[in-house]
Design a protein around this ligand. Structure first.
Ligand code: AMP
Ligand code: ZN
Length: 113
């Protein structure tokens, strides 16, 4: 998607701090971290968000959830972590490319999103 911020990050047109990449998935540090560790995990294929997941593209979501524990382990999040995906305006979704926040590195409150 030409006007998608995260597609531009995947393409290297906008710089990011990459923590993981494979043929399907890209992960990078959030520019405005809400916790000591705050990483975004995204599919390389553009999906608008949770509502854009279909039987045709849902395999990448399973793959993302295989990758997330690997990233958490590499980041040393042995005490646990939170995975969040904001879907739509009421949830505060600001980038309309499916992404999963990994938050950790401290005791998280319920307000933490
Ligand atoms: P959401 O509000 O759930 O749509 O999450 C979007 C996230 O993208 C926010 O946590 C932003 O801080 C993060 N973000 C926006 N622009 C960038 C960027 N250029 N590099 C890294 N993270 C970004
Ligand atoms: Zn995109």
């Amino acid at each position: 998607m030409a006007d998608c911020l995260f597609c531009k990050i995947i393409a290297g047109e906008i710089p990011s701090t990459k923590v993981y990449e494979d043929e399907l998935v890209f992960a990078f540090r959030d520019i405005a971290p809400q916790a000591p560790t705050h990483i975004l995990v995204i599919p390389k294929a553009h999906i608008s968000g949770c509502n854009g997941v279909t039987p045709d593209n849902s395999a990448v979501v399973a793959h993302i959830f295989e990758v997330i524990p690997q990233i958490a382990a590499a980041e040393g999040l042995t005490g646990g972590y939170r995975v969040v995906s904001n879907c739509g305006d009421d949830a505060g979704q600001t980038v309309h490319h499916l992404h999963f926040h990994i938050l950790g590195g401290k005791k998280l409150t319920l307000e933490m999103a």
